[in-house]
Design a protein around this ligand. Structure first.
Ligand SMILES: Nc1ncnc2c1ncn2[C@@H]1O[C@H](COP(=O)(O)OP(=O)(O)OP(=O)(O)O)[C@@H](O)[C@H]1O
Length: 460
């Protein structure tokens, strides 16, 4: 960096840094302050920028105290001291990190931190993080070693939504060395995290051992990798746009199910890209490598009414009637025991519910002492309006009701006569007539389609 008198003055910043700050929305900024070099520099730069621009919007800082190290409270005090000197309000947020969540302490702490950021920020606010080019290179290498695919290669975006707020990383184009020089020249102080020296952790190993080797050969390795990451991010955007275009002809608007015929017209890589996008936008985890390469082609090529399925955590993809649908594993295969039911009132039936309301001239004629509700056993018949009998199986097939929904349907019996099926059918001889009151039945079917439990995790 070429410096004029004050190294913190925006006039002496490299153009890339000026541009990054220029691009930040002119709203309230919150700096995520860990007390380490990157975020301490970031806080001073943000302050200098605001003074330089004479912008009236507010600046504050937030420190997340994970309470994981003996010095955690000392870190919080240092952050407080730095902010007091700058007259920047600081909020210290303690979080509980669950070490036994199976993710590893580092990942659990990171998840807790981002959750705390999200809760701490108000709508329209901007959170600034101190990630720099070396963090980006480290993240890219780390994800590449985990085999995270193109999204991993794309590493961290410059900005992304964070709940109702927006997260930005204005230092991504700066190296750690440049930030350290600036901090030293400006007489800033910060804390070195002792755990950064522990090469047992993958990220530290990459930072302390691997990146220095790469930089000896290619001094600008971090900048090159950030360039690659940017290409990766653009490729991710383009692939998402392609999937959105494919969705126009392969997703049934009313149900969100996949239409198999148009999907099969796409090339195999495009099918894979689309299916992953489809799952992600439904808030579900993407398929693993083996499922994507082996199970998916088998599933797509299977007989339309075959038993092919692909399972994921909590969901299963099945096909029926030329469509693929994502089903909620928890509600499949329920066959409740036979139950006596005396309307009015509701009857819980497996994961669904039967409700009866009295009405004039409509619904099922009332019976004392009520009905018996049973699951399908096989071999049942229904009576059509013409008086003809028809096997229930054939009738259900004709209405294109998928097998798992058939199994969950409540069959309503009066003695040994099948008088109703959920709210789909009533025996013609048992319909209430004009002047007669009857039970109008509503069947709230179980939530078969898997719904998102939360939005898909974005790139960090
Ligand atoms: N305890 C913390 N409180 C507030 N902000 C933090 C804290 N830890 C990290 N940050 C923010 O995150 C930035 C990156 O920190 P760091 O490099 O330690 O993260 P990381 O461990 O690589 O994880 P990730 O990059 O996923 O956040 C910091 O510059 C700072 O802005």
């Amino acid at each position: 960096m070429t410096r004029v008198a004050d190294p913190l003055s925006p006039a002496s910043w490299p153009v890339s840094l000026q541009r990054a700050f220029e691009n930040l929305p002119p709203v309230a900024w919150t700096v995520a302050l860990s007390g380490g070099l990157d975020s301490v520099v970031l806080l001073h730069l943000a302050m200098a920028w605001q003074q330089h621009r004479a912008r009236p919007h507010t600046l504050r800082a937030v420190h997340i105290n994970h309470g994981l190290q003996s010095q955690s409270n000392a870190w919080a005090s240092v952050c407080q001291h730095i902010c007091d000197r700058l007259a920047v309000p600081l909020e210290i947020v303690p979080v509980a990190v669950e070490g036994d969540s199976g993710k590893g302490l580092e990942d659990a702490a990171r998840d807790a931190r981002y959750e705390a950021f999200e809760q701490n920020l108000r709508s329209g606010e901007v959170l600034l993080l101190g990630h720099h080019a070396d963090d980006q290179a480290e993240t890219q290498l780390y994800r590449m070693m985990r085999g995270s695919g193109l999204a991993g290669f794309a590493a961290m975006p410059e900005s992304r939504p964070l709940g109702q707020a927006q997260l930005y990383r204005p230092l991504l184009s700066q190296t750690r060395q440049a930030l350290a020089e600036l901090a030293r020249e400006s007489g800033l102080f910060w804390i070195e995290d002792p755990s950064n020296a522990n090469d047992h952790y993958d990220r530290n190993y990459l930072r302390n051992r691997v990146l220095p080797i790469l930089k000896r050969r290619w001094p600008d390795a971090s900048e090159r990798m950030e360039r690659n990451a940017r290409h990766g991010r653009e490729a991710v955007i383009l692939l998402n746009e392609l999937a959105e275009m494919d969705a126009a002809c392969t997703v049934e608007a009313s149900t969100g199910d996949l239409l198999l015929e148009p999907l099969l017209q796409l090339s195999e890589p495009r099918q894979r890209n689309f299916v992953q996008w489809w799952l992600r936008t439904s808030g579900l985890p993407p398929l693993g490598e083996k499922q994507l390469l082996n199970a998916l082609p088998e599933f797509l090529a299977a007989r339309a009414d075959g038993t092919a399925e692909i399972s994921g955590p909590g969901f299963v993809i099945r096909r029926y009637n030329g469509r693929a649908m994502v089903l909620n594993q928890a509600v499949l295969g329920h066959r409740p025991d036979s139950t006596l039911w005396q309307p009015p009132g509701a009857l819980s039936w497996g994961e669904g519910q039967l409700v009866a309301e009295r009405s004039e001239g409509k619904g099922l004629v009332p019976f004392e002492p009520g009905f018996t509700v049973r699951s399908r056993q096989g071999g049942e018949h229904i009576v059509l309006a013409s008086g003809q009998r028809q096997p229930l199986k054939k009738w259900l097939q004709g209405r294109r009701i998928p097998p798992w929904e058939r199994a969950a349907l409540p069959l309503i019996w009066q003695a040994d006569v099948l008088v109703g099926i959920g709210d789909l059918w009533i025996h013609p001889d048992y319909r209430a007539l004009a002047g007669q009151s009857g039970w109008v039945i509503r069947w709230h079917s179980p939530p078969f389609r898997a719904r998102a439990t939360g939005a898909a995790k974005p790139l960090r």
